[in-house]
Write a protein of this length. Structure first.
Length: 156
């Protein structure tokens, strides 16, 4: 009888511990998701306002970007490309987060983008897909990479 009582206590303890660990992992993932989405929304707001100070403190030292034209740009040129106060309208939707451990995340989403026509090019594609990589460095979240892809072909 004592053996079965001890067995029940051990099984209950293990089951309870596993449940708490699962809740903690779920809570950590949810917090990471919320932080990544907040970071992205802050970046979008800074981009539309032309907030250069935000980008100076938020972009990682090795930031790189693939623009809508498919060209890879790095360094200062990439930093200058992210800060785009010429956006007339930017509506992000359907944000998703893929965790990269505890210190990183990929944020991916669609957006409706409207900018004034370029002098000799016309407007870029209105429907675009964005992917950003956020990495935690020395306690601060940094934007490490961003890619923009045309999401709707044909009638822009």
């Amino acid at each position: 009888m004592k053996v079965s009582r001890y067995f029940c206590v051990i099984v209950f303890s293990l089951a309870t511990g596993a449940g708490i660990a699962a809740q903690t992992a779920s809570s950590t993932a949810k917090t990471l998701e919320q932080t990544a989405i907040a970071n992205e929304n802050d970046m979008i707001a800074a981009r539309t306002k032309g907030d250069e100070a935000f980008f100076k403190r938020t972009l990682s030292a090795d930031f790189a970007m693939v623009g809508i034209d498919g060209r890879l740009i790095t360094g200062e040129e990439a930093a200058d490309s992210v800060d785009d106060s010429s956006l007339a309208d930017f509506l992000a939707y359907d944000m998703k987060v893929v965790p990269l451990g505890d210190h990183g995340a990929v944020v991916t989403y669609d957006a409706v983008v409207r900018v004034p026509d370029a002098e000799d090019q016309g407007p870029p594609p209105r429907y675009q897909h964005f992917s950003s990589v956020w990495i935690k460095e020395n306690g601060a979240w940094k934007l490490s990479f961003q890619q923009t892809t045309a999401a709707h072909w044909g009638d822009w």
